[in-house]
Design a protein around this ligand. Sequence first.
Ligand code: CA
Length: 224
Amino acid sequence: MHILVVEDEQRLAHLLRRVLLEERHTVDLAYDGNAGLNLALSDTYDVVVLDVMLPGIDGLEICRQLRAERMVTPVLMLTARGAVEDRVTGLNVGADDYLTKPFAMEELLARINALLRRRDRHFEEAPQLAVGDLMLDLVRHEARRAGRVIELTAKEFALLEYLMRHPGRVLTRTQIVDSVWRYDLEALSNVVDIYIHYLRDKIDQGFSHPLIKTVRGVGYKIEA
Ligand code: CA
């Protein structure tokens, strides 16, 4: 999974990264609120671990802004010992769980896993994605456009799912590779362009309104 850690105490931040990497997660670090908010708004993370007390924007405000942008990424807040108000406020602004410092790494991993399970259950309850007349059924693993079934390979399906989870949002090649190819070290530098080309052939070919759009110099987005 792709995890963002926003924590200004660098020693703790590096420890968290090491522990999460050992669990085969990929990790981005931010040491202040502004950097953390910008990364979190990219909406490419499976979980955000968010310290409350940060230079710049604090963790509570970051969480509030994520929810205001309708992002549902699970947020685990890190609060100072005894700061009951932080916990209550954290849950009020949309954090999913909190952990009081100092904490054991096992506890952190258990909380993250619980958040991922909860999120997966949420996806199971809404197993279909739609953009215009394009439907993706995550349970039957089936794509349809205008009612017609489209055969996709596993990678094409994963790429399309990633695009459709972020409708209207521009996704960079790096974000796409990180999310869709993850541990596939053999991914070529132009793998995204190649697969977007495959997808377009299958999804947009023959339709007057193409859904997959190129944003020059940045990346791609899907939009009705
Ligand atoms: Ca702090």
